[in-house]
Each structure stands twice: as structure tokens, then as C-alpha cells.
Design a binder for this molecule. Structure first.
Ligand SMILES: [Zn+2]
Length: 245
């Protein structure tokens, strides 16, 4: 049991060290963002489960099955176990996914009903009065898709449909959860190699995945044009547009 535990810990550590290197340096992730996102999730799962189960196997090795933590021997064993469980609980609370404050502000804008709604390609979109280009998707029952009038006015019909399809893909593919988990892990264990790389990579990969969904729904050309109108100055927008050529 000790050997299996040590092998699991070694496997978990290997995955935590190797996966970020592979996933941030492989060119295929640009063309297959959803596969890359799944690969990050698998790496986290193998890393966490392998480490926890490995440690547990080493700790309870050669202990009686009825009392593996030897609580009967001494009350301090129970105290130690309690402290360990509290530490795990504190970690889970630290990692828990929280919506960002900007999400709450947008949610309030959508919920207030102050913004007029317009149907775009079958989706009810909240239009907020603002000159700068803005489009976002807020998950949940009180969420939805929001676009600024400044952006909507600058886009042709198929370009606006592409923007809405992109935002809808963020909702249907649960990108907020993926980014939330990656950013929570980054906050909780910033010293773990790859935690920061995973958060950065996830933020980019969800944009690629949403662009691909919008390209399938409308057209690659419409998504590309919309990107350059919406965000012509950002480096990421230029990269996103160029991968759709
Ligand atoms: Zn996006």
C-alpha cells in the first residue's frame, strides 16, 4: 500500500510539473482550445486526487482497518486528524469559485431592466448605453448577454451575430466555471508551478473556444471582422483574428 501511495504521489507531482510545460508550449492548443481546456482539467484532477489518495494510502498503511488513524490509542491522534480536516476545509474555502465584482455590476444592469433588450439571432441581448466597445456574458438565471450601444452601432448585422454567438458560447460551455476554478487555484497556491500558467492559459483558451463556436454559427470572416472592430488595439484580439484566417 505504501508503494502504491508513493507511486501516486510521484505521478501527481510529475503531472503538476510536466502538464503546464506541455500545455503552454504546444502549438495544437491554439487550434484545439476545447481539447486543451479538458487536458488542463484532467491534469488538475490527476494532480489533486493522486496527491490526496497517495498521502492517505501512505498514512493508513499497515494500520488496522477498523481504526486506521489509531484514534483509540491516544486522544491527540483525534486532535491531529481534526486539525488536518480543518486545514483541508480551509483550502476548499480558499479555492471556492467566486464571481468577480464586474460580474455583479453587469448582473445588476441586466436585472434592473434599465437597458433595452434586442433580439439578435434568437438571443435576447441587453443593450447598455456606452460609447466604448463592450460585450460580455454573465452566467446564471439572472445573467445573460450584454452589448454596449457603442459596439452594436459599429458592427454589421453578421458581426453583431458573431459577437452574441461568442458570448453565448461562453455561457453554454461554462467558461466562467473553468476560469473561476483556474483563478481560484492560482490565488490559493500561487507557489505551485503551473498554477499561474493554467489561469493565464485558461483565460485565452476560452476566448479561442468561443470564437470557434461563433465561427461555426455565423462565419469565420464575421467573427474576425467583429474582433478587429471591437478590440483592434489589443494583442489578444489580433491573435484571435489571425487564427480565424
Ligand atoms: Zn469572450
Amino acid at each position: 500500500m505504501v508503494v502504491v501511495g508513493v507511486v501516486l504521489i510521484a505521478l501527481a507531482l510529475a503531472v503538476v510539473v510536466v502538464a503546464p510545460r506541455v500545455l503552454t508550449r504546444s502549438a495544437w492548443t491554439i487550434d484545439r482550445p476545447r481539447t486543451a481546456l479538458v487536458s488542463w482539467s484532467v491534469a488538475v484532477l490527476v494532480g489533486v486526487v493522486g496527491f490526496v489518495v497517495g498521502i492517505a494510502l501512505v498514512v493508513v498503511a499497515n494500520r488496522p482497518v477498523t481504526d486506521p488513524f489509531r484514534l483509540g490509542d491516544s486522544p491527540t491522534h483525534g486532535l491531529n486528524l481534526g486539525v488536518a480536516l480543518l486545514a483541508v476545509l480551509a483550502f476548499v474555502i480558499a479555492v471556492r469559485v467566486r464571481p468577480g465584482p464586474e460580474h455583479e455590476a453587469v448582473r445588476a444592469a441586466i436585472r434592473s431592466g434599465a437597458a433595452p433588450h434586442r433580439e439578435v439571432d434568437g438571443t435576447l441581448v441587453a443593450l447598455v448605453e456606452a460609447d466604448h466597445a463592450l460585450a460580455c456574458a454573465v452566467p446564471g438565471r439572472s445573467g445573460g448577454v450584454l452589448v454596449s450601444t457603442g459596439l452594436a452601432d459599429r458592427l454589421r448585422t453578421d458581426e453583431l451575430e458573431a459577437v452574441v454567438a461568442h458570448e453565448r458560447a461562453h455561457l453554454s460551455q461554462h467558461h466562467a466555471v473553468a476560469v473561476g476554478i483556474a483563478e481560484s487555484i492560482e490565488r490559493a497556491v500561487p507557489w505551485v508551478p503551473g498554477a499561474r500558467a493554467m489561469a493565464r492559459s485558461t483565460r485565452v483558451l476560452v476566448e479561442f473556444a468561443a470564437d470557434d463556436a461563433a465561427a461555426r454559427r455565423v462565419s469565420r470572416d464575421a467573427v474576425r471582422r467583429a474582433l478587429l472592430v471591437a478590440d483592434e488595439t489589443s494583442a489578444l484580439a489580433v491573435i484571435r483574428a489571425s487564427r480565424l484566417q
